[in-house]
Design a protein around this ligand. Structure first.
Ligand SMILES: [Zn+2]
Length: 481
């Protein structure tokens, strides 16, 4: 811990003092069922936006705006359904200070008691023995969103100046594809977000349950489909079996050549594009708190392809993977239907990492699939296409904002955080980086077992309160850097 410690104890003490109030604030937020995926609950999502506006106003934010995003595009039941607004606000506008934009979302995943919750999902339950707060949105993402407001409240109470200018951007459609957000960020990059130096997102989780992490990378995803067709209609195998070329047979053959059973991608050239592992990066994996047993517990099996922590994490975070997802048009029910499907569409995707070039990857995939199909000499037709791609993201875990967040974490938790990446994607990360041209930091509050999209979602009180201290401390270290 060789860094000059800032005198943040008064801030931390004030956050402790305000704990009952912060828990009450979260309770009020959880009580609003702002489920963006349920059209009938749209008024509640809007109510949650107004709740935030009220809180921001009380805390002394300026330029508070509810940005309307217009009508939600189909598929929708109500063709006039309005998207929930994006909440913008600003605290401080001192040109001598750096400006940090914090992003979070105020919508939540659906939740019903009948799904298996032990308590009502939209009534916060404080288990005082374990000191855990249960409720939909507690960790994803209402706890972290309110965390930023709590930091301001603690500063106000102390009479401390905030060390940076803060801009908040809270959206209400994150759980439903972030509709309208990319356009807003692009539009405001030179306006509302003009002075922004750094973007911090608190919307992911620790890897495990005991050690705080800072996240510096996400994999991307290129999703493909292979269409094989031949006969003019689905046929009966009793009549046509053995005398026509069957699309499904060709598709299975081709799909089986993409990846082997130990996870190796068989398409030539893909692994050549992967960035070499440096000693510095390799060393980051040593300290990480993770085990094969944790993977087994998460997968509910003993099917790990790797027998040690470092290989598992590297293959989850910094190497590509290819997964076969399904076949559209194939018979998939129970029973013994003797159909020969006329047209089948195989779906697979590749999780991408630095320095894979998306376009080059597409070319390699297309050529390989077409070549493999040609080898079959089939009379059917094959077409391969990309149906979706999202780029990977990786930041420098040694830059100013990560260093500041690491110091704040050490002050609060007395431990150097693990520097982690994630195997999945958070598309908004890239949008901010690209549109604003600034660094993005992922600074999670909750634990790996919080059950973000699951039943009994929770946030430990220690994560909530220490999380507030970490967010606040981070602003101080970053402001001084
Ligand atoms: Zn979230």
């Amino acid at each position: 811990m060789s860094y000059e410690k800032l005198q943040l104890q008064p801030l931390f003490d004030t956050i402790d003092e305000l704990k009952p109030k912060f828990i009450e604030r979260l309770q009020k937020a959880i009580a609003i069922p702002s489920v963006s995926g349920d059209e009938t609950l749209r008024p509640k999502v809007v109510e949650m936006a107004h709740f935030l506006v009220k809180e921001l106003t009380t805390l002394g934010f300026a330029d508070i705006e509810l940005r309307e995003l217009g009508i939600q595009p189909p598929p929708v039941t109500d063709p006039k359904l309005e998207l929930p607004p994006i909440v913008l606000g600003r605290f401080g506008k001192d040109p001598k200070k750096k400006t940090v934009l914090v992003y979070g979302h105020y919508d939540v995943q659906p939740a019903l008691k009948e799904d298996g919750w032990s308590t009502e999902p939209f009534t916060m339950f404080h288990d005082e023995v374990k000191d855990i707060l249960y409720g939909r949105g507690s960790t994803d993402d209402k706890g972290p969103v309110l965390g930023w407001l709590n930091v301001i409240e603690a500063h106000n109470k102390l009479g401390w100046e905030l060390p940076v200018n803060l801009v908040v951007c809270f959206e209400g459609m994150e759980e439903s594809g972030s509709l309208g957000l990319d356009e807003l960020v692009a539009q405001e990059s030179k306006k509302y977000f003009k002075e922004v130096d750094q973007v911090t997102i608190s919307d992911n989780y620790w890897l495990g349950t005991t050690k705080p992490v800072l996240t510096y990378g996400l994999r991307g995803c290129n999703y493909y489909q292979i269409i094989v067709e031949g006969p003019g209609a689905d046929l009966h195998s009793g009549i046509f079996g053995g005398i026509i070329a069957e699309p499904m047979t060709d598709l299975i053959k081709v799909m089986s050549t993409l990846v082997d059973s130990i996870g190796k991608i068989l398409i030539p050239g893909v692994s050549d594009m992967v960035a070499p592992l440096t000693d510095k990066e390799d060393a980051l994996y040593d300290a990480i708190d993770f085990s094969v047993e944790e993977l087994n517990a998460a997968s509910g099996s003993k099917t790990s392809l790797h027998d040690n922590k470092k290989d598992i994490l590297k293959h989850r975070w910094r190497y590509p993977s290819l997964s076969l997802h399904g076949i559209e048009g194939a018979f998939s029910g129970s029973g013994a239907k003797t159909v020969i499907p006329a047209k089948v569409i195989g779906k697979f995707s590749i999780r991408t990492v630095p320095n894979i070039v998306s376009k080059t990857l597409d070319e390699l995939v297309f050529k390989y699939v077409n070549d493999e199909f040609k080898k079959l000499g089939s009379l059917n037709k094959l077409k391969i296409e990309l149906i979706h791609d999202g780029a990977y993201w990786v930041s420098d875990p040694f830059n100013e904002s990560f260093t500041a967040a690491s110091r704040a974490t050490q002050d609060v938790w007395n431990v150097v955080p693990d520097f982690t990446r994630e195997g999945g994607s958070i598309p908004i990360t890239l949008t901010f980086e690209r549109e604003l041209g600034v660094d993005v930091l992922l600074l999670p509050m909750g634990r790996g077992d919080d059950g973000a999209h699951s039943i009994n979602e929770k946030l430990d009180v220690s994560n909530y309160i220490n999380g507030c201290k970490t967010l606040g401390g981070y602003l101080h270290y970053y402001g001084k850097a």
